[in-house]
Ligand binder design. Structure first.
Ligand code: COI
Length: 354
């Protein structure tokens, strides 16, 4: 394994108060960097003081969006230590995104170790408060100073970290979701299954319009028939209809969430019937009409579990579970957050100590 060179900061920042953290507003004292050069591979892994990068204005990531990222969290444990939740899955998914965007693959085990080392150095930044964690953002950008459209030969892998509270101002309380029927996010054969900047910039217009109407996020439909449910802005989505917990199957245009995967495993272990399949908007609306739509919620690293209290379909407002937090959302929140924080036994072996 390559040695990670560490340069510690001489100017530690003051930590923000836990109450006002929000999401992604503050950054820790250090960051991880590693370069890729064609012919040399990934080299020079290093932890350095957090600070601005110097980029050539022609750096390819700025023009063609050759970029991938991940989202994961470090949690404070009851013994004062720190832990990560399924970091191996994040690094695996990063390589899936890398492959689609012609970015050289990373050594997954090495990168998990590098992230653990960075978290250990900045572990004082893991906030200690309900619904808080240290959000970790690994990302890779293309640096070649070049305006031709080709895969880059010089790239930079970076990890930054941010102490965060809830992603939504609603916290665990139900959100209002607008079903988007004008814009689409992704199509099969595109990049919808990857975590890359372009998927998120493609979502901004719809998100902005939904927010102006007073809704939290949009629910995307498939880009071809505009019929099947895909995902919500920053989350995967689940519906409980007549006792069956349904989440859209991963067919190329949806992000394979690690929280999604974990929720499926938790629910199956507790005896719930969970199905990954195509789910049409029509089926959800019919279920609302005939009283079998029992619950809906989103899942994601940033949002954790976010119950959906209202779904806006055209002119129609569908209230789900009387706008209250449902039984399945509660169970998942308590189990997943409990495993992450160390208050619920990790029978799945998902947590890795730092
Ligand atoms: C995450 O849940 O980690 C995400 O990547 C969502 C982010 C875009 C805020």
């Amino acid at each position: 394994m390559q040695e990670i060179k560490v340069t510690l900061t001489q100017n530690k920042k003051q930590k923000p108060p836990v109450e006002g953290l929000g999401f992604g507003n503050y950054f820790t004292d250090h960051m991880f960097l590693m370069d890729y050069y064609d012919g040399r591979g990934w080299v020079d892994p290093r932890i350095v003081p957090y600070g601005p990068l110097s980029l050539d204005p022609s750096a390819m990531c700025l023009h063609y969006g050759q970029e991938v990222f991940e989202g994961m969290k470090a949690y404070r444990r009851p013994n004062g230590g720190a832990a990560l939740f399924r970091p191996d899955k994040n690094m695996q998914r990063l390589n899936v995104s890398n492959d689609r965007l012609c970015i050289p693959l990373i050594d997954e085990d090495f990168c998990v170790e590098a992230i653990k080392k960075l978290v250990d150095i900045d572990k004082d930044w893991i906030p200690d408060g309900e619904n808080t964690a240290l959000y970790i953002r690994p990302f890779i950008i293309a640096l070649d100073p070049h305006l031709g459209v080709h895969p880059a030969k010089h790239l930079l892998f970076i990890v930054i970290m941010s102490p965060v509270g809830s992603y939504y101002k609603e916290g665990i309380n139900p959100v209002k979701i607008y079903v988007e029927q004008k814009y689409v996010r992704a199509v099969k054969g595109g990049m919808g299954f990857t975590k890359t900047a372009g998927n998120y910039s493609a979502s901004l217009k719809a998100q902005d319009e939904a927010e102006k109407k007073g809704y939290t996020q949009v629910l995307w439909l498939d880009g071809v028939e505009r019929r099947y449910i895909e995902e919500v802005g920053t989350m995967n989505v689940f519906f409980k209809i007549n006792g069956e917990v349904i989440t859209p199957s991963l067919e190329g245009s949806i992000l394979g969430g690690i929280t999604r995967m974990s929720c499926i495993e938790v629910l199956r272990s507790k005896g719930y019937r969970v199905t990954e399949r195509r789910l049409s908007l029509e089926e959800v609306v019919n279920a609302a009409d005939n009283g079998t739509l029992e619950e809906a919620f989103g899942t994601g690293t940033a949002a954790v579990i976010s119950p959906i209290g209202e779904l806006i379909v055209g002119d129609r407002e569908i209230t789900i579970n009387e706008g209250k937090i449902g039984e399945v959302s509660h169970l998942l929140y308590d189990t997943i957050v409990g495993i992450q924080n160390g208050t619920v036994e990790d029978t799945f072996g998902w947590v890795q100590n730092v």
